[in-house]
Write a protein that binds this ligand. Sequence first.
Ligand code: DX5
Ligand code: ZN
Length: 224
Amino acid sequence: MKHLVAPSLLAADFTRLAEEINMINDSQADWLHLDVMDGQFVPNISFGMSIIKQVNKICAKPLDVHLMIERPEQYIESFRDAGADIITVHYEACNHLHRVIHQIKSTGAKAGVALNPHTSVQLLEDVLEDIDMVLIMSVNPGFGGQKFIYNTIPKVRRLKDMITVKNVDVRIEIDGGVGLHNAESILQAGADVLVAGSSVFKADQPVEAIERLKAIGGEPTKFA
Ligand code: DX5
Ligand code: ZN
């Protein structure tokens, strides 16, 4: 299956939010990635369900909500009501991960689990068949514009092997420091979804930046 591209709104110009979302609507972006930060799980605060609700009114693409928050189980239904199509919680933030995964699925949303750079993919062995996606953090979560941690690439390969051996339908999403300089090796390792914040929204031509990320590995376009 062709890989997906999910631009991260965190890097957008919030004074021109509607324009930025319309740019996404008119682009080849597959999903819009939304980073929710609570100032507890990560040392930064971003936005919450009320902003996502507004975004949902004008965004034509599925909303991929990445919860970098403590106690995510308290807010799953609210994020679903706000319009989340995919809800990803952190392994490190859940004492009862299996329960939270099924809570997400009971709302009708797809369920993802995110792993910090230091967290081993082996820890998902016993829930892999319950989830739709694993988000591998390729930076320490909390901020956009950080440098990609290259150790992520063998980690993706290990996860891909686990998925193949178990023969489950689980997507691998990579988040942090992703751009044209590293996307090809990330995809070759087995990733299915590229999250890209700065490399899209800070580009001179964001629509073309998305198109170039989509064109990697075939189906070339005029920008490839
Ligand atoms: C980091 C967030 C990322 C971030 C990516 O905590 O989870 O989604 O927006 O931004 P870039 O692509 O700039 O690293
Ligand atoms: Zn994210």
